[in-house]
Design a protein. Structure first.
Length: 251
């Protein structure tokens, strides 16, 4: 058993086809005092191909990892992690010969937790819909992580996608994308049933506390009623996510 502090921080991922409720679940779980989930940033997969196979980490490679991390605009523009760059690099370098790609990535998320005033959290999360296409790589990189796979009714998903500007408006293309993403999720769930959990967006709305208790149990978290008050969080939202500023409603 490792004595490294970062290994004691559990990790979970939330993935899905876009507009399937990942932001909602992110906000709910992030309202737990023991959890931190940063704003969406695909930094892990951006750095994966260059760094995941490295086994002989040293100071130079760790600092190069840090420099490449800050090429991801969301890390600077939304996270503003550059304000904690000295702390981040100190934490990364402290891993020394025990550094791995997994530990470096978890350290990045934990440093952002400190940056957001949640230093003492015991669980870290990462919400990225695009990670649905890289689940095989993520499961092998983070063998102890849990993966919440969200699915939303195809009709509502298509209508929701048509209300935003960052996807196609064509119904057929959106339906094909829904099928493609969810085939991947189902396949991964069948092959990795202990590490993954399928969650229907609609079930979170209709069986709120039951489903949320089940999700908490799956990721290894004690349920805290405080998470139901997520809508009181005053963090600024993008215009297409304003619905999560309201309490859960079946409608």
């Amino acid at each position: 058993m490792s004595n490294l502090a970062i290994d004691k921080k559990d990790l979970f991922f939330i993935v899905a086809r876009i507009r399937s409720g990942t932001t909602l679940l992110n906000r709910i779980l992030n309202n737990h005092p023991s959890v931190f989930v940063p704003q969406e940033s695909p930094f892990i997969m951006n750095l994966y191909h260059k760094y995941h196979n490295i086994t002989d980490w040293n100071e130079e490679k760790i600092l190069t990892f840090s420099e490449d991390l800050f090429l991801e605009k969301r890390v600077t523009q939304y996270w503003k992690l550059d304000e904690r760059k000295e702390l981040l690099e100190s934490s990364l370098l402290s891993l020394g010969k025990d550094a791995t790609f997994e530990r470096l990535c978890k350290t990045v998320i934990h440093t952002q937790a400190i940056n957001r005033g949640k230093e003492g959290v015991s669980m870290l999360g990462d919400k990225n819909p695009t990670y649905s296409l890289y689940l095989e790589e993520l499961i092998h990189t983070f063998p102890n992580a849990k993966f919440v796979l969200m699915v939303r009714d195809v009709r509502d998903n298509i209508l929701s996608c048509q209300r935003v500007t960052f996807d196609f408006n064509d119904t057929v293309i959106l339906a094909q994308r829904w099928v493609g993403f969810n085939k991947v999720l189902l396949d991964i769930h069948e092959r990795y049933p202990k590490q993954t959990k399928l969650v229907k967006f609609e079930d979170i709305l209709s069986e709120q506390e039951v489903i949320l208790k089940d999700i908490c149990s799956f990721i290894g978290l004690d349920f805290d009623p405080q998470i139901m008050e997520f809508h009181k969080n005053k963090e600024k939202l993008e215009s297409w996510n304003n619905f999560v500023s309201r309490p859960l409603e079946k409608k």
